[in-house]
Design a protein around this ligand. Sequence first.
Ligand SMILES: C[S@@+](CC[C@H](N)C(=O)[O-])C[C@H]1O[C@@H](n2cnc3c(N)ncnc32)[C@H](O)[C@@H]1O
Length: 259
Amino acid sequence: MPNDEEEQERLDLMHHLFLLSYDGELYHAPLPKTIGRALDIGCGTGIWVMDFADMHPEAKVIGTDLSAIQSGYVPQNVHFEVDDAEEDWQYSQPFDYIHIRGMGGAIANWQRLLQQAFDNLVPGGWVELVEFDAWASTDDNSLPESSAYYQFQTLLGKASELFGKPVNVAKYFRKFVETAGFTNIGEDNRKVPLSPWPTTRKERNLGNYMQMAMSESLEPYALALFTKMLNWDNIMIQALLAGARNDLKNMDYHIYTTW
Ligand SMILES: C[S@@+](CC[C@H](N)C(=O)[O-])C[C@H]1O[C@@H](n2cnc3c(N)ncnc32)[C@H](O)[C@@H]1O
Protein backbone atom coordinates (compact mmCIF):
# COMPACT_ATOMS: atom_id res chain seq x y z
CA MET A 1 0.00 0.00 0.00
CA PRO A 2 1.43 3.47 -0.85
CA ASN A 3 2.54 5.62 2.09
CA ASP A 4 1.81 9.35 2.51
CA GLU A 5 5.09 10.38 0.90
CA GLU A 6 4.40 8.24 -2.19
CA GLU A 7 0.88 9.68 -2.39
CA GLN A 8 2.30 13.22 -2.28
CA GLU A 9 4.83 12.40 -4.99
CA ARG A 10 2.03 10.94 -7.12
CA LEU A 11 -0.07 14.12 -6.73
CA ASP A 12 2.89 16.34 -7.59
CA LEU A 13 3.69 14.19 -10.65
CA MET A 14 0.09 14.61 -11.84
CA HIS A 15 0.47 18.39 -11.41
CA HIS A 16 3.54 18.37 -13.68
CA LEU A 17 1.68 16.22 -16.21
CA PHE A 18 -1.17 18.72 -16.32
CA LEU A 19 1.38 21.47 -16.96
CA LEU A 20 3.11 19.39 -19.64
CA SER A 21 -0.17 18.79 -21.42
CA TYR A 22 -1.32 22.39 -21.08
CA ASP A 23 2.01 23.83 -22.30
CA GLY A 24 2.83 25.13 -18.84
CA GLU A 25 -0.43 27.02 -18.31
CA LEU A 26 -1.75 26.81 -14.77
CA TYR A 27 -5.29 27.83 -15.64
CA HIS A 28 -7.53 28.68 -18.57
CA ALA A 29 -10.18 30.96 -17.13
CA PRO A 30 -9.79 34.43 -18.70
CA LEU A 31 -8.78 36.08 -15.44
CA PRO A 32 -7.82 39.74 -15.31
CA LYS A 33 -4.13 40.54 -14.70
CA THR A 34 -4.80 41.17 -11.04
CA ILE A 35 -7.34 39.39 -8.90
CA GLY A 36 -8.37 39.60 -5.26
CA ARG A 37 -9.21 36.18 -3.88
CA ALA A 38 -8.78 32.66 -5.24
CA LEU A 39 -9.76 29.28 -3.79
CA ASP A 40 -8.49 25.79 -4.67
CA ILE A 41 -10.82 23.03 -3.45
CA GLY A 42 -9.19 19.67 -2.59
CA CYS A 43 -5.74 21.18 -3.11
CA GLY A 44 -3.75 18.02 -2.27
CA THR A 45 -0.12 18.93 -1.62
CA GLY A 46 -0.94 22.56 -2.46
CA ILE A 47 1.45 22.65 -5.40
CA TRP A 48 -1.06 24.37 -7.71
CA VAL A 49 -1.87 26.91 -4.98
CA MET A 50 1.80 27.81 -4.53
CA ASP A 51 2.35 28.19 -8.28
CA PHE A 52 -0.79 30.29 -8.68
CA ALA A 53 0.18 32.48 -5.71
CA ASP A 54 3.61 33.04 -7.30
CA MET A 55 1.96 34.16 -10.51
CA HIS A 56 -0.52 36.38 -8.69
CA PRO A 57 1.37 37.89 -5.73
CA GLU A 58 -1.43 40.47 -5.38
CA ALA A 59 -4.04 37.74 -4.73
CA LYS A 60 -4.96 36.03 -1.50
CA VAL A 61 -4.99 32.30 -2.36
CA ILE A 62 -6.69 29.74 -0.13
CA GLY A 63 -6.24 25.98 -0.55
CA THR A 64 -8.49 23.53 1.28
CA ASP A 65 -8.30 19.78 1.71
CA LEU A 66 -9.46 17.04 4.06
CA SER A 67 -5.80 16.26 4.80
CA ALA A 68 -3.15 18.66 6.09
CA ILE A 69 -0.44 17.43 3.68
CA GLN A 70 0.61 20.87 2.47
CA SER A 71 3.98 22.46 3.17
CA GLY A 72 4.28 24.59 6.30
CA TYR A 73 6.51 27.09 4.50
CA VAL A 74 4.22 29.11 2.31
CA PRO A 75 4.28 32.52 0.63
CA GLN A 76 2.53 35.31 2.52
CA ASN A 77 -0.43 35.35 0.18
CA VAL A 78 -1.19 31.63 0.67
CA HIS A 79 -3.34 30.08 3.34
CA PHE A 80 -4.15 26.36 3.69
CA GLU A 81 -7.17 25.10 5.60
CA VAL A 82 -8.40 21.63 6.50
CA ASP A 83 -11.97 21.63 5.28
CA ASP A 84 -14.55 19.24 3.88
CA ALA A 85 -15.82 20.78 0.64
CA GLU A 86 -19.02 18.75 0.93
CA GLU A 87 -20.00 20.55 4.15
CA ASP A 88 -21.60 24.02 4.14
CA TRP A 89 -19.01 26.58 3.03
CA GLN A 90 -18.30 29.25 5.65
CA TYR A 91 -16.13 31.78 3.79
CA SER A 92 -16.57 35.32 5.05
CA GLN A 93 -15.85 36.91 1.64
CA PRO A 94 -16.53 35.77 -1.92
CA PHE A 95 -13.82 34.72 -4.39
CA ASP A 96 -12.89 35.95 -7.88
CA TYR A 97 -11.81 32.49 -8.96
CA ILE A 98 -12.38 28.93 -7.73
CA HIS A 99 -10.25 26.04 -9.04
CA ILE A 100 -11.29 22.39 -8.64
CA ARG A 101 -8.98 19.72 -10.09
CA GLY A 102 -8.88 15.94 -9.90
CA MET A 103 -11.82 15.51 -7.53
CA GLY A 104 -13.59 12.74 -9.45
CA GLY A 105 -14.23 9.90 -7.00
CA ALA A 106 -14.08 12.28 -4.02
CA ILE A 107 -17.43 14.07 -4.22
CA ALA A 108 -20.91 12.60 -3.71
CA ASN A 109 -22.97 15.63 -4.68
CA TRP A 110 -21.31 17.66 -7.47
CA GLN A 111 -24.42 19.74 -8.03
CA ARG A 112 -24.30 20.98 -4.46
CA LEU A 113 -20.53 21.59 -4.64
CA LEU A 114 -20.92 23.72 -7.76
CA GLN A 115 -23.90 25.56 -6.29
CA GLN A 116 -21.73 26.47 -3.31
CA ALA A 117 -18.98 27.58 -5.70
CA PHE A 118 -21.47 29.80 -7.56
CA ASP A 119 -22.78 31.28 -4.30
CA ASN A 120 -19.23 32.04 -3.13
CA LEU A 121 -18.08 33.90 -6.24
CA VAL A 122 -18.21 37.64 -6.87
CA PRO A 123 -20.42 38.65 -9.81
CA GLY A 124 -18.33 37.96 -12.93
CA GLY A 125 -16.14 35.46 -11.06
CA TRP A 126 -14.93 32.20 -12.57
CA VAL A 127 -14.93 28.54 -11.60
CA GLU A 128 -12.52 26.19 -13.38
CA LEU A 129 -12.97 22.41 -13.26
CA VAL A 130 -10.14 20.18 -14.45
CA GLU A 131 -10.89 16.49 -14.55
CA PHE A 132 -9.85 13.31 -16.32
CA ASP A 133 -11.80 10.21 -17.17
CA ALA A 134 -10.73 7.13 -15.25
CA TRP A 135 -11.30 5.34 -18.51
CA ALA A 136 -8.91 4.24 -21.25
CA SER A 137 -10.47 5.04 -24.63
CA THR A 138 -9.12 4.08 -28.05
CA ASP A 139 -10.07 5.30 -31.53
CA ASP A 140 -9.34 1.89 -33.06
CA ASN A 141 -10.85 -0.58 -30.55
CA SER A 142 -7.33 -1.77 -29.79
CA LEU A 143 -7.98 -2.40 -26.08
CA PRO A 144 -9.83 -5.73 -25.85
CA GLU A 145 -12.72 -5.95 -23.41
CA SER A 146 -11.09 -9.14 -22.12
CA SER A 147 -7.91 -7.26 -21.12
CA ALA A 148 -7.09 -6.74 -17.46
CA TYR A 149 -7.05 -2.96 -17.90
CA TYR A 150 -10.54 -2.95 -19.40
CA GLN A 151 -11.82 -5.11 -16.56
CA PHE A 152 -10.07 -2.90 -14.01
CA GLN A 153 -11.65 0.31 -15.30
CA THR A 154 -15.12 -1.25 -15.61
CA LEU A 155 -14.98 -2.53 -12.03
CA LEU A 156 -13.55 0.77 -10.77
CA GLY A 157 -16.44 2.70 -12.32
CA LYS A 158 -18.94 0.28 -10.82
CA ALA A 159 -17.32 0.24 -7.36
CA SER A 160 -17.10 4.06 -7.23
CA GLU A 161 -20.80 4.33 -8.10
CA LEU A 162 -21.72 1.80 -5.42
CA PHE A 163 -19.67 3.90 -2.99
CA GLY A 164 -21.66 6.97 -4.04
CA LYS A 165 -18.68 8.99 -5.34
CA PRO A 166 -18.32 8.16 -9.04
CA VAL A 167 -14.94 8.57 -10.71
CA ASN A 168 -16.20 9.36 -14.20
CA VAL A 169 -18.03 12.62 -13.63
CA ALA A 170 -16.54 15.09 -16.11
CA LYS A 171 -19.23 14.32 -18.69
CA TYR A 172 -21.85 15.81 -16.34
CA PHE A 173 -19.98 19.03 -15.53
CA ARG A 174 -21.65 21.19 -18.18
CA LYS A 175 -25.10 20.26 -16.90
CA PHE A 176 -24.04 20.85 -13.29
CA VAL A 177 -22.57 24.30 -13.94
CA GLU A 178 -25.55 25.38 -16.05
CA THR A 179 -27.96 24.25 -13.33
CA ALA A 180 -25.91 26.10 -10.72
CA GLY A 181 -26.47 29.33 -12.69
CA PHE A 182 -23.12 29.77 -14.45
CA THR A 183 -23.11 31.38 -17.89
CA ASN A 184 -20.31 31.94 -20.43
CA ILE A 185 -19.19 28.31 -20.19
CA GLY A 186 -16.17 26.99 -22.10
CA GLU A 187 -14.93 23.44 -22.57
CA ASP A 188 -11.52 22.08 -23.56
CA ASN A 189 -11.35 18.32 -24.14
CA ARG A 190 -7.90 16.82 -24.65
CA LYS A 191 -6.78 13.30 -25.43
CA VAL A 192 -3.83 12.32 -23.25
CA PRO A 193 -2.05 9.04 -24.06
CA LEU A 194 -1.83 6.57 -21.19
CA SER A 195 1.34 5.00 -22.55
CA PRO A 196 4.06 6.02 -25.03
CA TRP A 197 2.35 4.55 -28.11
CA PRO A 198 1.94 7.78 -30.17
CA THR A 199 4.51 8.71 -32.78
CA THR A 200 4.91 12.44 -32.10
CA ARG A 201 7.59 13.38 -29.61
CA LYS A 202 5.44 15.50 -27.29
CA GLU A 203 2.69 12.86 -27.09
CA ARG A 204 5.16 10.06 -26.56
CA ASN A 205 6.86 11.99 -23.78
CA LEU A 206 3.52 12.64 -22.09
CA GLY A 207 2.57 8.98 -22.58
CA ASN A 208 5.77 7.88 -20.86
CA TYR A 209 4.99 9.92 -17.76
CA MET A 210 1.32 8.95 -17.83
CA GLN A 211 2.24 5.27 -17.95
CA MET A 212 4.39 5.76 -14.86
CA ALA A 213 1.73 7.82 -13.04
CA MET A 214 -1.06 5.38 -13.91
CA SER A 215 0.95 2.31 -12.89
CA GLU A 216 1.39 3.91 -9.48
CA SER A 217 -2.21 5.13 -9.28
CA LEU A 218 -3.97 1.82 -9.93
CA GLU A 219 -3.54 0.51 -6.42
CA PRO A 220 -4.61 3.65 -4.51
CA TYR A 221 -7.62 3.87 -6.81
CA ALA A 222 -8.63 0.23 -6.41
CA LEU A 223 -7.65 -1.03 -3.00
CA ALA A 224 -10.32 0.41 -0.70
CA LEU A 225 -13.09 0.44 -3.33
CA PHE A 226 -12.61 -3.14 -4.51
CA THR A 227 -12.28 -4.44 -0.96
CA LYS A 228 -15.27 -2.59 0.47
CA MET A 229 -17.64 -2.42 -2.49
CA LEU A 230 -16.84 -5.61 -4.42
CA ASN A 231 -15.67 -7.84 -1.54
CA TRP A 232 -12.43 -8.66 -3.36
CA ASP A 233 -9.47 -9.92 -1.38
CA ASN A 234 -5.97 -8.52 -1.76
CA ILE A 235 -4.72 -11.48 -3.84
CA MET A 236 -7.47 -10.99 -6.43
CA ILE A 237 -6.85 -7.24 -6.52
CA GLN A 238 -3.08 -7.58 -6.92
CA ALA A 239 -3.51 -10.14 -9.73
CA LEU A 240 -5.82 -7.80 -11.67
CA LEU A 241 -3.54 -4.80 -11.08
CA ALA A 242 -0.48 -6.74 -12.29
CA GLY A 243 -2.36 -7.51 -15.50
CA ALA A 244 -3.49 -3.88 -15.86
CA ARG A 245 0.10 -2.66 -15.37
CA ASN A 246 1.25 -5.04 -18.09
CA ASP A 247 -1.46 -3.70 -20.40
CA LEU A 248 -0.08 -0.19 -19.84
CA LYS A 249 3.18 -1.49 -21.35
CA ASN A 250 1.50 -2.98 -24.41
CA MET A 251 2.06 -0.54 -27.29
CA ASP A 252 -0.56 -2.32 -29.41
CA TYR A 253 -3.15 -0.79 -27.10
CA HIS A 254 -3.62 2.82 -28.29
CA ILE A 255 -5.14 4.00 -25.06
CA TYR A 256 -5.79 7.55 -23.99
CA THR A 257 -7.77 9.34 -21.34
CA THR A 258 -9.68 12.55 -21.88
CA TRP A 259 -8.89 15.60 -19.76
C1 LIG B 1 -6.59 13.46 -6.65
S1 LIG B 1 -6.29 14.60 -5.38
C2 LIG B 1 -6.17 16.12 -6.31
C3 LIG B 1 -5.32 17.13 -5.60
C4 LIG B 1 -5.18 18.48 -6.30
N1 LIG B 1 -6.45 19.09 -6.60
C5 LIG B 1 -4.35 18.39 -7.58
O1 LIG B 1 -4.90 18.48 -8.66
O2 LIG B 1 -3.11 18.21 -7.46
C6 LIG B 1 -7.84 14.78 -4.55
C7 LIG B 1 -7.73 15.56 -3.25
O3 LIG B 1 -9.05 15.84 -2.78
C8 LIG B 1 -9.06 15.76 -1.38
N2 LIG B 1 -10.46 15.56 -0.96
C9 LIG B 1 -11.22 14.47 -1.09
N3 LIG B 1 -12.47 14.70 -0.63
C10 LIG B 1 -12.48 15.98 -0.19
C11 LIG B 1 -13.47 16.81 0.41
N4 LIG B 1 -14.70 16.34 0.66
N5 LIG B 1 -13.14 18.07 0.75
C12 LIG B 1 -11.88 18.54 0.51
N6 LIG B 1 -10.91 17.81 -0.06
C13 LIG B 1 -11.19 16.54 -0.40
C14 LIG B 1 -8.12 14.58 -1.08
O4 LIG B 1 -7.64 14.63 0.24
C15 LIG B 1 -7.03 14.79 -2.14
O5 LIG B 1 -5.98 15.59 -1.64
